[in-house]
Design a protein around this ligand. Structure first.
Ligand SMILES: [Zn+2]
Length: 323
């Protein structure tokens, strides 16, 4: 982007899909604590983070237990700040068979960083996670999905840093922090300003009568009754054949987290139906078949099949025509 002009969003079509007997969706966790969220950015100064009650570890271990009960592997987009604080946690997530991906380091919105700041902190966080797990980190997700039309340059940075895919684009128009309304709804190759492309895995929306309704988790999953979320996801699955890209945060199952004195909208966004989230997640894990982001991309022919999935399938049952 030069002189503030908005780059044109162009995409190449996704490679040929590979048919499976059952669709597979991505279960993803953005690993951060309640005080990292953008909704509280005005109420909690980042200098105070090290001194606040830290609850991320216990919540992630509860999520790991929940996933283990259903033999589900997911992708954990880990904030570098958390990886520094909880190195053993990151090792334990990886040891449980989940994919480790990068959620940046500072949880600062991409378009509020300079390109140099973004490159420096993302390189640092990726290196930290790779050192902890001994495995290449393929995926990136920006804080609050903040790769938008004004920060498309970040795709070039991600390519330069060696990422294989990004999952930061939310194809909606109504949100104050994020959204590229005309972005594709499924995995695709998205063109960066340099002309190079990166695999983009957008968060899921159901296209209902021309309206793009988010059915991808987070606050929407807590806001809508479970039957409505499930119907939206089935719509994505059956009408479009696209994978559902679902996300949740560890603090969304933490009913005892400290209550932050923020504005009414921020509190509604953060605390709405927290007490219902864990039970809904358990139903979700029963009702849909989930894997990691890399598993989903392998099924769609956009990534090689991970070596373990050749042995024990993507999610623990015989794989169908994966390659
Ligand atoms: Zn986040």
């Amino acid at each position: 982007m030069v002189n503030g002009s908005v780059p044109v969003l162009t995409v190449a079509p996704a490679e040929k899909s590979v048919m499976r007997s059952q669709p597979i969706h991505a279960f993803t966790v953005d690993v951060e604590d309640y005080f990292h969220v953008e909704a509280f950015a005005n109420a909690i100064h980042r200098d105070s983070w090290p001194h606040l009650e830290y609850r991320c570890e216990r919540n992630v271990y509860r999520m790991l237990d929940m996933l283990a009960e259903r033999s589900v592997r997911g992708t954990f987009f880990v904030l570098g700040w958390v990886a520094e604080r909880s190195p053993q946690l990151i090792k334990d997530i990886a040891a449980a068979g989940h994919e480790i991906a990068c959620h940046g380091h500072s949880h600062q919105l991409v378009y509020r960083q300079t390109r140099q700041q973004f490159a420096d902190e993302t390189r640092y966080a990726k290196g930290l996670l790779e050192d902890l797990t001994g495995t290449a980190v393929l995926g990136y997700r920006a804080a609050s999905f903040s790769i938008t039309k004004v920060s498309m340059w970040a795709l070039d940075t991600l390519i330069d840093l060696g990422f294989t895919y990004d999952s930061s684009v939310f194809p909606v128009r109504h949100h104050d922090n994020y959204g590229i309304p005309e972005a594709p709804l499924g995995p695709c190759r998205m063109r960066a300003p340099s002309g190079r492309t990166l695999i983009e895995v957008p968060l899921s929306v159901a296209d209902v009568a021309g309206l793009r309704v988010p059915v991808s988790g987070g606050g929407y999953f807590r806001l809508f009754p479970y039957w409505l979320s499930r119907a939206g996801m089935r719509h994505v699955e059956r009408k479009s054949g696209r994978p559902v890209i679902f996300y949740v945060h560890p603090w969304e199952i933490d009913v005892d987290q400290p209550r932050v004195q923020a504005g009414l909208v921020s509190r509604l966004r953060h605390y709405n139906n927290i007490s219902r989230c864990e039970a809904r997640l358990r139903r979700l894990l029963q009702d849909f078949e989930f894997g990691t982001m890399s598993d989903v991309l392998a099924v769609h022919g956009m990534l090689p099949v991970p070596s373990r999935t050749r042995e024990d399938s993507v999610i623990g049952r015989p794989a169908v025509a994966l390659s």
